[in-house]
Design a protein around this ligand. Structure first.
Ligand code: SF4
Length: 330
């Protein structure tokens, strides 16, 4: 849990020195402080370009667990910083703008989730990584969209399971595995908003384009998709596929990496319901900027703190996920 007693204004709001070469300055600070910059695929492209490692939630957690840097700057949203701190409590962990939350994590308050769990005694609790540290303390095993199906499959067929907080992902896993998991009704505001009609219109204009979708999208979008997978699975699919055009139904930040890895292919962001907004962008993810990253490294603020009690409980389901993922070669 982020310690609210130590949550300045979310970020240090002071101007960077005029005329500074930000990229060079960030790299110098990183070296001087033995820091590592981890960035999620949904970050702005300039942040992805300066990061030591860019990945999805599972990969970021794996890096945070194994890095020997003294400082981790997690360019993503707050639960990712928390996960890094839970896994590496001896390291200092920063998120350039701690206002970067997650609507999916917010849709699952820990006290309400605890009451929900009490209604289903004897159930194994599976939580998506997009949850607060407090929710992770209520969880038996954490999953990401990369390993959710395999981790559910690894449980005995007769196991009774609660899955939260993403209902769309839970429904998708139920459909793949034939399970009947009890689902928490949470959602991500970005993945909920893709428009079936507009994607179909786009497909008419680009008949050879393949539709790629993240399993947090609604089932109507998943049904018309050629491939459904986690952010990294979509990226890998785009690399291996012989197709030349793709309509991508997930946060549009991944298009930067897709285009870098496939310069000869075309990637079209799937349109949201409301064409007047950039709803296929996660406004939380985009709060981090190079300026905030510079200030964060220079002044070492804002930092993630987690109480020892929460850290000790929350690490267990995350470690279980990492162990199963390693066994499964994920
Ligand atoms: S894209 Fe959705 S799930 Fe991912 S961080 Fe943003 S709000 Fe959360």
């Amino acid at each position: 849990m982020v310690d609210n007693n130590f949550k300045p204004a979310g970020f240090l709001d002071i101007p960077v020195p005029k005329g500074i070469d930000l990229v060079q300055a960030i790299n110098d600070l990183k070296k001087a402080k033995n820091a590592i910059i981890l960035a999620h695929y949904y970050q702005e492209s300039d942040i992805q370009d300066i990061a030591d490692f860019v990945g999805d939630s599972l990969a970021l957690a794996q890096w945070a667990a194994k890095t020997d840097a003294d400082v981790i700057v997690l360019c993503g949203v707050d639960f990712m910083g928390e996960t890094a701190k839970i896994l590496s409590p001896e390291k200092r962990v920063f998120v350039p703008d701690l206002n970067a939350g997650c609507s999916l994590a917010d849709s699952c308050p820990a006290d309400e989730f605890a009451a929900f769990i009490r209604q289903y005694p004897g159930h194994t609790v599976i939580s998506y990584v997009n949850t607060t540290a407090a929710v992770k303390t209520l969880t038996d095993v954490v999953v990401t969209s990369t390993n959710a199906r395999q981790i559910v499959d690894s449980l005995p067929q007769e196991a009774k399971i609660i899955f939260g907080p993403d209902e769309n992902l839970g429904n998708y896993i139920n459909s793949l595995t034939g399970r009947d998991m009890v689902l928490w009704k949470g959602a991500c505001h970005v993945h909920e908003r893709f428009s079936l009609e507009k994607i179909l219109e786009l497909k008419k204009k680009h008949p050879y384009a393949l539709i790629l979708a993240h399993p947090e999208c609604k089932s109507v979008i998943l049904k018309i998709s050629d491939y459904v997978g986690s952010t990294s699975a979509l990226l890998n699919y785009s690399i291996k596929s012989p197709a030349k055009e793709f309509i991508v139904a997930t946060e549009s930040g991944i298009l930067h990496e897709m285009q870098e890895k496939n310069p000869d292919k075309t990637f079209i962001p799937a349109p949201p319901n409301d064409s007047t907004c950039a709803c296929n962008e996660c406004n939380f993810m985009k709060l981090n900027t190079l300026e905030k990253l510079y200030n964060c490294l220079k002044y070492e603020i804002p930092e993630i703190f987690i109480s020892e009690e929460i850290q000790k409980k929350a690490i267990k389901p995350i470690q279980r996920m990492l162990e199963i993922s390693e066994k499964l070669g994920l």
